[in-house]
Write a protein that binds this ligand. Structure first.
Ligand code: PZK
Length: 286
């Protein structure tokens, strides 16, 4: 008998359900750009993100325990352990992009990390940095200092979250680089289990939680194309949409091109045929 799933939360493109003592994380095919969810879906996007997340959870278990219990047959739902979530986002950055580039231009530093002068937009950092952020209920997450993050979660937990985050990022970026994908930065979320142990949760190293760039097109200076959303962004720019809701419907060729990019990211990173994943999602688990 399937358990009754009670809806307990919505993200922009995902839904969260409670199943007895477990949770079900369901990824839809919705896509957002410039912070707006578009009216047109990208077929299989939720499956690609779910499969990638499960792949990374499976392959990084020795670096950090995680919340994954099972991948459902629909390929878009993960059964997870229910945790007590930390109130911070654990962001790791290997490149100077997004809010980090803005902060660096203003102050020469990012979340208390002093950086060398003269870095250009999208430049590789001397080493990956941990830049925690608060979880905004609405709007944008705000970068915070290590000191503020320590006030929120405690020094000891913060130190462990930082070390785990950096180890996970190094491992994922090394794997991705060998397959032609730069993971410029990523957002990780952790929780505590019933024994007080730090556990990786949410989604991991997906294009929605990370900035993926095609390695072949990467160059420092300027902002490289997004691996997955570039067709959507280019189309929106061509339209002259002002980026306030509602977003535009996407034409079929933009949908097809974007779907192909998601599938390509999945196949490059996992080495698994996407059709094989759809036939049996457990193929992502070693
Ligand atoms: C949890 N979110 C964010 C994600 C949403 C909301 N393992 C866990 N235990 C307890 N809580 C969470 C998790 C996880 N993951 C995650 N909120 C709570 C979120 C997706 C859709 F609506």
């Amino acid at each position: 008998m399937p358990d009754t799933a009670v809806h307990v939360g919505s993200g922009k493109v995902r839904e969260l359900y409670a199943l007895d003592d477990r949770l079900l994380l369901v990824a839809s095919d919705r896509i957002s750009t410039f912070d707006v969810v578009l009216p047109t879906e990208i077929p299989d996007k939720g499956r690609v993100l779910t499969g990638l997340s499960a792949f990374w959870f499976d392959r990084t278990r020795e670096l950090c325990p995680n919340h994954l219990l099972a991948v459902r047959a629909d390929g878009r739902s993960l059964e997870c352990r229910r945790l007590e979530m930390l109130p911070i986002e654990c962001v790791v950055r290997g490149y100077l992009a997004g809010s980090a580039w803005k902060d660096y231009q203003r102050t020469g530093a990012v979340c208390g990390h002093a950086l060398p002068p003269g870095l250009v937009e999208s430049a590789p950092l001397p080493q990956p940095i941990f830049t925690p952020a608060t979880k905004a209920v609405e709007g944008h997450d705000e970068n915070i200092t290590r000191e503020r993050a320590a006030e929120l979660v405690g020094r000891e937990l913060l130190d462990e979250a930082e070390q785990r985050s950096l180890a996970l990022y190094r491992s994922a970026t090394e794997h991705a680089a060998a397959r032609g994908i730069v993971i410029a930065d990523t957002k990780l979320e952790f929780g505590l289990d019933e024994d007080g142990r730090l556990v990786l949760a949410d989604e991991a190293f997906t294009p929605d939680s990370s900035r993926f760039w095609p390695a072949a097109e990467y160059r420092a200076g300027g902002s490289p194309p997004s691996f997955d959303k570039q067709f959507v962004r280019d189309y929106c720019e061509r339209l002259g949409w002002d980026k306030s809701p509602p977003g535009p419907e996407l034409p079929d060729d933009v949908v097809a091109g974007t779907r192909a990019r998601y599938v390509e990211a999945f196949e490059r990173l996992t080495g698994i045929d996407f059709d094989a994943y759809v036939a049996d999602p457990r193929v992502v688990l070693a």
